[in-house]
Design a protein around this ligand. Structure first.
Ligand code: A3P
Length: 287
């Protein structure tokens, strides 16, 4: 199936129509934020699921019950997904935690008025590409990636779901002086999960003991999350995500792109990256 079959174009980006029907996009447009809401913002495949595990544990000071009893999409719902309409989010007690893949320019009026807290997770785009390639091959609601070369052109030119990685990151980085935002990289979380949990806790105004930080980090390591059926997407029917083709929690490492990119693809990616990111001052840990 093609983009015309599976995607809708909304505010300049492709969205898979089966998960984002018009009524869910409208629901998000009208959604009212609270100042103490916490919003996890990511480009897809940058570590959303990971942060959907860490954040509730930080807020609950290490109480594991929510990650053991609620699937991640109900624990930290995506505001743009149809499911958000069904969850009575208005009734949830504060602080609520949500996820979104929206670019900043796509955010609704209430976001700009209320400025809830944002945890923006970034990941080396070559690893985002590699993870996406496998994911697009196993998820039936997405257009099949084709060859790596074909998918690379779509990825670079923002012709996959949620548009361009480059525009997403640049747009959210520009908000650094205006929004209430913590930038954190997937690679930092890989390198020092305990330190990352502490940074997130500090940003969210939680003072956690060393034991609690350790407990949270231990519960959120890749191998433990992979065993947790509330987080490993095993509750999703196989016709929607075929994890026999590729697991959702696939490898969970930094730098897997090196096992995937050819030399020509690396050159193409690097040249594109340098041009697109030349005006960005932020120091990325993968540069
Ligand atoms: P890989 O496909 O490279 O393994 P998202 O949740 O935004 O869709 O991102 C999915 C990516 O995050 C996958 O990357 C997945 O394995 C990785 N991931 C999820 N939880 C993780 C964890 N606890 N540790 C490391 N990586 C994790």
């Amino acid at each position: 199936m093609t983009e015309a079959d599976l995607y809708v174009e909304y505010k300049g980006v492709y969205l898979p129509k089966s998960v984002h029907p018009p009524e869910s996009l409208k629901h998000y447009e009208d959604f009212i934020f609270r100042p103490d809401d916490v919003l996890i913002v990511t480009f897809p495949k940058s570590g959303t699921t990971w942060m959907q595990e860490i954040t509730p544990l930080v807020l609950s000071e290490g109480d594991l019950s929510s990650v053991q009893s609620l699937p991640n999409w109900d624990r930290v719902p995506w505001l743009e997904e149809h499911r958000a309409i069904l969850l009575n989010l208005e009734q949830r007690p504060s602080p609520r935690v949500f996820a979104t893949h929206y670019h900043r320019y796509m955010m609704n009026e209430s976001y700009f008025k209320v400025k809830p807290k944002v945890l923006y997770v970034m990941r080396n785009p070559k690893d985002v590409f590699t993870s996406s390639f496998h994911y697009f091959g196993m998820a039936s609601y997405l257009v099949k990636p084709g060859t790596p070369d074909e998918f690379l052109e779509k990825f670079l030119n923002g012709k996959t779901m949620f548009g361009s990685w480059f525009d997403h990151v640049k747009g959210w980085l520009k908000a650094k002086d205006e929004d209430h935002i913590l930038y954190i990289a997937y690679e930092e979380m890989i390198q020092d999960l305990k330190g990352s949990v502490s940074r997130i806790a500090q940003f969210l105004g939680k003072s956690l003991s060393e034991e609690v930080v350790e407990k949270i980090a231990d519960s959120c390591v890749f191998q433990n999350m992979k065993q947790n059926k509330m987080s490993n997407y095993s509750l999703v029917p196989e016709e929607f995500m075929d994890q026999k083709k590729s697991a959702f929690l696939r490898k969970g490492i930094a730098g897997d792109w090196k096992n995937f990119f050819t030399e020509a693809q690396t050159e193409r990616f690097n040249a594109f990256y340098e041009d697109k990111m030349k005006d960005v001052e932020f120091k990325f840990c993968w540069d």
